[in-house]
Write a new protein. Structure first.
Length: 451
């Protein structure tokens, strides 16, 4: 097996990602979306080589640019914004103006994908919806992201991450039995998870178009996407009962829970098979429990009263050890256990850094920032990070000159009419204070920069 692992380590070496081809090179995406849900779908495509052009309103930009956890900024930017919008081209254009429609329609002629997450019907009212864009380009794949979908009785209801979590049923299962407390899934998982489904749906539509030449419209409701992670409603339809809230325990295996070790650290421990359970008892020095009729087979252990008793016994043993001792015992006795890692641990974890799961990326504008790597490793066409987020309107000239072939005079006219623009003096919109945009060849594409 040692030869195999040497082979896979070389095959997926993250340091070689930049030398390999990009899976989506040549795919152009118009990203009208804002905040997290839609932008994540677009960013996933950009990570694998798609040319994603993010369109924002001049002088104000995306709502999430100036927003940040607890009002904490990093180099005049929202640090989370970089993970959401890296690898994109930033075009700042006023979607409400008639002249802007001309630009968008021209870009649509050569685009492959459009992504938007305005309130249902808004894109259509602004004349940049599927019915208008598909007439210009019948092969377009158009993704509309919303909380409740583009049709149905709840289509006009406003919604965000928390509302989607509630409507999907996720919140009803997240908590402890016998209490009236519910817990929100953290870090906007109600946006991030459906965003991944959005990218997946686009890839399926691209595959179909590759076979047939036909584009299509995709209606993605985040409340429905979150439901796809839950099969509790199927269980209820068959049994008539509810799985209910199970706290930190898994109702399909025992012992299974989050336990607190003697050094105040937490770890997850779960035994799915009888062999794993035997390994745990061996580590605990409690092999005699196998003779206890409550615990001598999986079905008996799953009974709620027996599960509670067994988890209590395991909890007492875990308290008598450090987390490291438990993990070492798990490795030697072959039962599953893992330390509960926090954000700081993950950012600095050597294993994740080596695999490229966590990347210390050095950006030309912002310097070094720890960002997330790929969700899955592709040996032939891996994802990569080419640049972090950029100031509002940073790529105006690149997009208009290089992609659309516009002249300097045309660009100056659009700037004068405020069809396109850049940023005002707000964090999240402007570059770091030390960075001189006048010397940036990308921002000043097509004209001589000041040196």
């Amino acid at each position: 097996m040692e030869d195999y692992f040497s082979y896979t380590e070389k095959l997926f070496n993250p340091s070689e990602a930049g030398t390999k081809p990009e899976a989506l090179k040549g795919i152009r995406v118009l990203d009208f979306s804002h905040v997290i849900f839609g932008p994540i779908a677009a960013r996933l495509l950009a990570d694998y080589g798609a040319e994603v052009i993010k369109l924002e309103l001049p002088f104000s930009g995306d709502l999430w640019r100036p927003a940040t956890y607890w009002g904490k900024y990093w180099k005049h930017s929202n640090p989370i914004w970089h993970n959401i919008t890296k690898n994109k081209y930033f075009l700042s254009v006023n979607l409400k103006l008639a002249k802007s429609k001309e630009l968008i329609y021209k870009m649509a002629e050569t685009a492959d994908v459009v992504i938007e997450n305005f309130a249902p019907g808004t894109a259509e009212a602004w004349k940049i919806g599927y019915s208008q864009i598909s007439k210009i380009n019948p092969k377009i794949i158009f993704l509309s992201c919303s909380t409740y979908g583009q049709y149905g009785p709840m289509r006009f209801f406003p919604g965000w991450d928390l509302l989607a979590q509630a409507a999907s049923g996720v919140l009803s299962l997240n908590g402890y039995p016998g209490t009236d407390k519910f817990y929100k899934l953290p870090d906007y998982l109600g946006d991030f998870v459906p965003g991944n489904f959005g990218a997946l749906s686009i890839m399926m539509a691209l595959y179909y178009r590759n076979k047939t030449g036909k584009g299509q419209y995709i209606d993605l409701a985040q409340s429905e996407a979150l439901m796809r992670l839950l099969f509790n409603y199927t269980y209820h339809s068959v049994t008539g009962g509810e799985i209910g809230r199970t706290g930190n325990s898994d109702p399909t295996m025992v012992p299974s829970a989050i336990f607190k070790a003697g050094d105040e650290k937490f770890l997850a421990l779960a035994c799915a098979t009888h062999d794993q359970f035997q390994g745990l008892l061996s580590a605990m020095g409690k092999e005699e429990l196998l003779k206890d009729e409550r615990f001598n087979n999986n079905m008996e252990r799953l009974k709620p009263e027996n599960a509670k008793a067994l988890n209590s016994i395991v909890a007492d043993w875990v308290k008598s050890k450090t987390a490291e001792e438990i993990i070492n015992a798990a490795n030697s006795k072959e039962f599953p256990a893992a330390a509960v890692a926090d954000d700081l641990t993950i950012c600095n974890d050597e294993w994740r850094r080596k695999r490229g799961s966590v990347v210390l990326f050095k950006d030309d504008m912002y310097g070094e920032l720890v960002i997330a790597g790929p969700s899955a490793q592709l040996s032939g066409t891996p994802s990569r990070t080419k640049w972090l987020a950029r100031p509002l309107g940073y790529h105006n000239r690149v997009v208009l000159k290089k992609f659309l072939g516009m002249s300097e005079e045309e660009i100056k006219y659009l700037e004068k009419k405020r069809v396109i623009g850049t940023f005002d003096d707000r964090p999240g919109l402007k570059p770091p204070v030390y960075y001189n945009l006048n010397e940036d060849p990308i921002c000043n594409y097509g004209k001589e920069v000041c040196k």
